[in-house]
Design a protein around this ligand. Structure first.
Ligand SMILES: O=P(O)(O)OP(=O)(O)OP(=O)(O)OC[C@H]1O[C@@H](n2cnc3c(O)ncnc32)[C@H](O)[C@@H]1O
Length: 223
């Protein structure tokens, strides 16, 4: 049984759609390290959660990256949703000529064992041209995290290995529409439909989380 470490039931709904009964929510508010990239936050979160959980864990660190604001709110999306709010993020973006944005997620898996490294052909930090078919992102962007060191207080010199899976989807910021999903879904439009207007299944088929979960599920299934 896999522990999906999150306080966000919306993420669990989407993950169970992919991974069926193999996953359960582990409601653990892992300490989010101050970092500008999702990979570091997810990897450190997975290590902390693994120490607290009884069994393998996955952590999903995600965010909305708005082009006109150089990627804001990015890794701070949860904080901005709670403080500024979704509606005001739309109103901030409305006057901009370029309302392009991307949702990105990094799923980090940790079970205390090591993994074989696989090459990362680019991943989500690469600049994708707007409107580009993202099929290339669906292949082989799983990487073994070796750079991030264990920052825990117990001063362990050993770094617990973490496996990372990335997903990204491009879209546009629009006036809020739809009652489904969570977070910034009502203001994120992809191919004419906001994520909040989609069913969980429809969103999973194209979303950042769906892409990352698909990669994880493929790798996990082979193990
Ligand atoms: O850390 P956990 O407990 O998993 O829950 P969280 O909601 O705080 O999760 P994150 O730190 O990954 O923050 C992600 C934020 O980005 C936004 N977000 C991420 N994925 C999203 C999605 O699929 N749809 C809408 N908003 C999303 C939303 O505001 C989330 O609160």
């Amino acid at each position: 049984m896999l522990n999906f470490v999150t306080t966000n039931p919306g993420k669990v709904r989407e993950a169970t759609e992919y991974l069926d009964d193999d996953v359960q929510q582990f409601d653990f508010d892992y300490p989010e390290v101050q970092a500008d990239d999702l990979k570091t936050v997810a990897a450190e979160g997975a290590r902390a959660a693994y120490r607290a959980a009884d069994g393998p864990v996955i952590v999903d660190d995600a965010g909305l990256f708005i082009d006109a604001f150089d990627g804001f709110p990015g890794p701070y999306s949860s904080y901005v949703e709670d403080t500024v709010g979704v509606e005001r993020v739309w109103r901030m973006t409305e006057p901009e000529d370029d309302r392009g944005a991307a949702f990105k997620t990094v799923i980090a898996y940790c079970d205390g064992e090591g993994f074989e490294a696989t090459p990362d052909p680019g991943g989500i930090d690469r600049e994708d041209r707007r409107g580009q078919d993202l099929a290339a992102d669906d292949r082989g962007t799983a990487t073994t995290d070796e750079q991030v060191h264990d920052g825990s207080a117990e001063k362990s010199s050993e770094t617990v290995p973490v496996k990372l899976f990335e997903g990204r989807v491009n879209g546009d910021i629009v006036a809020p529409r739809g009652g489904g999903g969570f977070g910034f879904d009502p203001i994120f439009e992809h191919d004419g439909t906001t994520f909040a207007e989609m069913s969980t299944e429809q969103k999973n088929a194209i979303s950042h989380r769906g892409r990352a979960l698909a990669k994880f599920a493929e790798w996990y299934g082979e193990r």
